[in-house]
Design a protein. Structure first.
Length: 250
């Protein structure tokens, strides 16, 4: 195998130095979901969101009146967006001092392998839907600032044990990819002056059959008067009309 040779001058002498053909795999800064189209996404929506269905109205009312809310329903019903929008409202109105986002790092049927970077960079691809919702509601510049100073925290589920979350708005997205034990651990992190919203679609779990704990947890918590469990249906889907039609047959 041929090797590159370059000649350098060191103390008046010529020396042959062999340079390696090995190069860093990632030459530039690792991928960041907040770097794309920064100028376009510097938008802040000051008006409150409006419900598009009765069940969405029930979800918004439940978040206003309960400290623990479970939003269960099919994809496209606005579960995550409503939860994030209400979190931003609570932060801007001073009702909470921070937003904590948690989402299981579970791949949807494929193995992504090793992801480079620090913990937040490894989680970035999984949290992209949450970043999109946050940047829509508060603008990209504010989102970057809050992420930098810790007002918005990305908290992996594996690192939540032992914490007490006071004066916080906690969103647990894709809860159908959590086991019953994980959901129990997350729910018992709730502290004073805090709100916790869990969202998920039991029909789209990426875990093996019988491992997801969302349905079991929802059925148990429905018996409590101080916990709201909101079930959204196909009629609440706000994406393309074909989404609702496809979900009825697949």
């Amino acid at each position: 195998m041929s090797r590159k040779v370059r000649r350098v001058r060191n103390k008046g002498e010529n020396t042959n130095i062999h340079t390696s053909n090995i190069r860093p795999l990632y030459r530039e800064k690792s991928w960041d979901p907040l770097q794309e189209n920064e100028e376009i996404r510097l938008i802040k929506y000051t008006r409150k969101i409006k419900p598009q269905s009765v069940n969405q109205q029930n979800l918004m009312d439940s978040i206003d009146n309960y400290n623990v809310v479970l939003a269960v329903g099919p994809a496209g019903t606005g579960k995550t967006y409503v939860a994030i929008a209400k979190a931003v409202e609570a932060l801007e109105q001073g009702q909470v001092s921070r937003i904590i986002l948690s989402r299981p790092a579970v791949e949807a049927g494929e193995n992504l392998g090793f992801l480079p970077g620090a913990l937040d960079e490894k989680l970035a691809p999984y949290l992209r839907p949450l970043y999109d919702c946050l940047s829509d509601r508060m603008g990209l510049r504010n989102l970057k600032k809050y992420l930098h100073d810790g007002t918005i925290e990305i908290a992996p589920i594996a690192y939540m044990r032992g914490r007490t979350l006071n004066n916080a708005y906690v969103v647990v997205d894709e809860a159908q990819n959590c086991t019953y034990g994980q959901l129990k651990m997350l729910l018992t992190r709730l502290g004073w002056q805090s709100t916790m919203v869990l969202t998920g679609d039991p029909d789209q779990s990426d875990l093996l059959n019988g491992i997801s704990g969302l349905n079991d947890m929802a059925s148990r918590l429905e018996a409590l008067e101080d916990v709201a469990v909101v079930h959204l249906e196909d009629v609440d889907i706000v994406r393309h009309p074909l989404v609702a039609a496809m979900l009825s047959v697949i």
